[in-house]
Design a protein around this ligand. Structure first.
Ligand code: NDP
Length: 292
C-alpha cells in the first residue's frame, strides 16, 4: 500500500472542535444557542441511526437538538405544517428532513418548503441555484466535507482534472459545482458514461458516489490521484457483515496518492459539516460573523 489514508474521523473531530468553540462564544457573548431540528418520517432503521447520531453530536458541540419523529403514515399537510412551525421558530436555525421520505410524500415539495436560510442540507432549490451561480449558499454537507478533505490534502485544486462518478442532486451534482468553483476541470460520469475506466484514469481527483460495492478497481486510478470514496455499501463477506465503499480499497490504495477509507472517511465529515452549517445559519440569521 502506498497511498496516504485520509483520516476523516480525525478531521471531523477537528471540525467539531471548531464548531464547539464557536458555539461557546455565541452563547457567552451573544446569549444565543444554535438549534438544529431534525425531522424523521417513518421507521427506516438506517435513517433512525443517522438521526440519532446527528442528535447526539449536535448536543455534544453545545447546540440545541430538536428531534421530530413522525409516523410513516403522516400526511403531506401535517409535515408541511411542522416545517412551517420550524421556519417561524427563532430557536431553530437549521432544519433537516431525513431522506428518503415514504413514497406518498413529495420530497421536492417538502424540501422546498424549508426556509432556505435554515436549509442546512443545502437541498432547497434556492441554495442549489446560489451554489450553481457561485453565490453564498448553504452547501450540501457530504460534498462540503469532501471538498474540505481535498483542500487539506492538495492545497489549491486549480487546474486539476476532477472526475465525479454519480450525478445525484445530493452528492454528485453539488460536488461537481464545488470542484468547478475551485477551478478544477470537472467531468461528471454516470451509468450511461462510455468507457468509465478511461474517464476515471484521467482523474487527478476521483470522487466516487455511486452506491455499488467496490465497483472501481485500482487499475482505473491514475497513479498518485486523490480518491474520495463517498459510497456506503453493506455487504456480507466470509459470513460477516461489512461496510465497503464504491472503490476497491486494497487495489486502489496501491496506486493512489491518497484515499479515504470506508468507514472512517467521508461519513464522519458529513455530520461535522451539518453542525458547521447550523452555526453558519445561526450567524447569518443574527447578522454575526460566520465561522471560516
Ligand atoms: P444515487 O443512487 O442517488 O446516485 C447514484 C449515481 O451513481 C447515479 O447518478 C447513477 O447514474 C450512478 N451510477 C449507478 N450505477 C453506475 C455505474 N455502473 N457506473 C457509473 N455510474 C453509476 O446515490 P447517492 O448519490 O445518494 O449516493 C451515492 C452513494 O453515496 C451511496 O452509496 C450512498 O449510501 C452514499 N452516501 C454517503 C454519504 C456519506 O455521508 N458518506 C452521504 C450520501 C450518500 P444515473 O444517474 O445514470 O442513474
Amino acid at each position: 500500500m502506498s497511498a496516504r489514508i485520509i483520516d476523516g474521523k480525525a478531521f471531523a473531530a477537528q471540525v467539531r472542535e471548531k464548531v464547539a468553540a464557536h458555539v461557546a462564544r455565541l452563547k457567552e457573548v451573544q446569549g444565543i444557542t444554535p438549534g438544529l431540528a431534525v425531522v424523521l418520517v417513518g421507521d427506516d432503521p438506517a435513517s433512525e441511526v443517522y438521526v440519532r447520531n446527528k442528535g447526539k453530536q449536535t448536543l455534544e458541540v453545545g447546540m440545541n437538538s430538536y428531534e421530530h419523529k413522525l409516523p410513516a403514515e403522516t400526511s403531506e399537510a401535517e409535515l408541511l405544517a411542522l416545517i412551517e412551525r420550524l421556519n417561524a421558530d427563532p430557536e431553530v436555525h437549521g432544519i433537516l428532513v431525513q431522506l428518503p421520505l415514504p413514497g406518498h410524500l413529495n420530497s421536492d415539495l417538502v424540501i422546498n418548503s424549508i426556509d432556505p436560510a435554515k436549509d442546512v442540507d443545502g437541498f432547497h432549490i434556492s441554495n442549489v441555484g446560489l451554489l450553481g451561480t457561485g453565490q453564498k449558499a448553504m452547501v450540501p454537507c457530504t460534498p462540503l466535507g469532501c471538498l474540505m478533505m481535498l483542500r487539506d490534502q492538495l492545497g489549491s485544486l486549480s487546474g486539476l482534472n476532477a472526475v465525479v462518478v454519480g450525478r445525484s442532486n445530493i452528492v454528485g451534482k453539488p460536488m461537481a459545482q464545488l470542484l468547478l468553483g475551485d477551478s478544477c476541470t470537472v467531468t461528471i460520469a454516470h451509468s450511461r458514461t462510455k468507457d468509465l475506466a478511461a474517464v476515471c484514469r484521467r482523474a487527478d481527483i476521483l470522487v466516487a458516489a455511486v452506491g455499488r460495492a467496490e465497483m472501481i478497481p485500482g487499475d482505473w486510478i491514475k497513479p498518485g490521484a486523490t480518491v474520495i470514496d463517498v459510497g456506503i455499501n453493506r455487504i456480507e463477506r466470509g459470513g460477516k457483515k461489512k461496510l465497503v465503499g464504491d472503490v476497491h480499497f486494497e487495489s486502489a490504495a496501491a496506486v493512489a496518492g491518497a484515499i479515504t477509507p470506508v468507514p472512517g472517511g467521508v461519513g464522519p465529515m458529513t455530520i461535522a459539516c451539518l453542525l458547521a452549517n447550523t452555526v453558519t445559519a445561526c450567524c447569518r440569521a443574527n447578522g454575526l460573523r460566520e465561522p471560516e
